[in-house]
Design a protein around this ligand. Sequence first.
Ligand code: DQQ
Length: 718
Amino acid sequence: MTDPPDAVGFLHDGSRSAEQTAALEWLDGTAAAAEPVRFDALADAGAADRFDVLWWHREAPLEASQSPLATHASAVERHLASGGGLLLTLRAMADVDALEVETVPPDAVGAETVTEPSGVLWRRLHDDHPAVEALDGLRLHLCDRGAVGAAAYESVLPARGEVLASTVRADHDLPHRMPVVGWDAAPGSVLGVGAPLAFDRPAAEAVAATRDRLLAGCLSAVADGARAPSRPRDADGMAAMRRKLDADDRPAYHFTAPANWLNDPNGLIRWNGRYHVFYQYNPAGPFHNTIHWGHATSEDLVRWHDEPVALSPSPDGPDRDGCWSGCAVDDGGTPTLLYTGGDGRRQLPCLATGADADLRRWEKHPDNPVIEAPPSDVDVLETEHWEAEFRDHCVWRESGRWQQIIGTGLVDRGGAALRYSSEDLREWRYEGPLLVGEWASDGTVWECPELLDLGGRRLLHVSNYEDVIYFLGRLEDGRFAVDRQGTLDHGDFYAPQSLHDGDRHVTFGWLPEARDLDAQWDAGWSGALSLPRVLSVGPDGDLRQRPAREVERLRTERLLDGATRELSAGERRRLDVAGRTLELDLEVALRDATTVELSVFESPDRAERTVVRYGNDGELVVDRTAASDDPRVTADTQRMAVPPYDEPLSLRCFLDRSVLELYANGRHCLTSRVYPTRDDSVGVSLAADGGRATVDDLSAWRLGDGYSRSPPVRDDRR
Ligand code: DQQ
């Protein structure tokens, strides 16, 4: 077991509660030289010097104005400044903002009634922290019954601290409740554990042993200067997180956040010759909460540099609970973001302008939100979470004004995109709905609407919680007249956004995980972006989707070059290609076969395999029923129709560890998240059923890494 430090000053304010007495007894029973010390004794010069650690363990509620930590802050800060450690447990953590080390206190403080083994859910990213050195696993039960005073961050994050753990109750993860935070108070350090770390109530032997080890680890962590890792604030820190979580199932060339949570791509823009992708990001772990804007840049759309977080919620602002999705525009040389601020049950549009050439620093408009409320002449849906479903922004310039659409849902009607216009991006006039969908077929709420001009034809796509549906048509008097409709991607793909790059629109979508939240927690990262896709309209008026030509730059080795394989009925042929980061291009002519199968991520005994199956019913499926031995992953079959049926099927397949991204006939996309578990699940085979088939033009490449190791080139011209 980790030894606690030699000298611990056990802080109290005069009297000691039963819990404090029990904790002090525990401390006396360890090797530590523990000594109760009154807060007011700290005022004496040198009083704290003989302690490696000051520990304040308090569960009773306290008015902020009476906080002894506030009254004696300067003595505690002197202790930290001389390299001492401070541990704040139970409700004591609620007062951390009394010290200079933090400005945002925990927002969930009170008594927690524990009825089943409960404790901390440690983050994979910090599994090497000295506090958990003597413990195995990420789920640590500390208490099994009783009411315990507790403190945690829930809808806000500490401004300066780094969350080290969330909460576990029995075998149920509660990532949103974050009771363990470390603060770097160099040369000293502070650790807050607002989890049920209590001593005066009975506990099962194993639970008590874990509690004791964790507490000893926490005391020694703050004592020996092994400071809590601070939240990375620069590009190097972001890249270090990526290295730490470089696991076998992390995509190599599809963009992922360096660690933690990623969802929608946001604010896509080419600026000063560099591509910028921002993304919905939670720095506190791999779950959707406390949303910031992460940031990455690229010179070529396929090799990425991690940048520092670009937008963070302002604790007193209209984006207090999150900076949700939005877009970027060039306002006469000023990069400008429109995004959704979340505050309690309200979500409203906010604006920020770029303050440097690298788009790293953003200044929020002082009069945010720039639209005070949804329009009053439509009946915007209210739901359990939101006063009005009203979010996500697409902004463009047309008819001499800025135009904007915002996603919503209208009561008894369905998802809708509402149109606004403006002279200056700050004052907006409501212009009416651009399009309202059908409740039953198109979804109740539309998120992330985007309107693109594909050379005369307009494309509107919206995300309706399930799918990304698109409409092709024209604008007539500010309304969208629909010619045809479809689904942008039939798999794990959501909330796409595009950038206009010269003569093309390049689109990225969010590829959510297809494994449960526990598995995502264990991985420490969640979410990827699709490859950049170029959207256009073909001569037949239908949508085309192709990987951007830059994707070819990822090819590092050619494995097959335009080969042909004739397959007879029932025949299976293994290809002389193996790997998890591959591109496979092929043409399939069914001839008299009923189906042709391409199996990828295939083990030699075929027990693990992901099957792409094309049939003479004109359907292409990705069969994930045997794709993974891990029971926590989705094992279903995803389907899409691939007209026209009378031509050979041309297929481009991108394999990237836990991503399979398919392009059929340059028109239809299906992206799957798959998680092969076996080291030998690297094979590729072809098979025909029901008759003969020809696979032609079969090429394969090994693809390289999407993360450039060299630092980005800076351009300070603006
Ligand atoms: N994701 C954002 C919202 C958007 C949703 C929140 C779509 O702004 O509606 O992270 O995935």
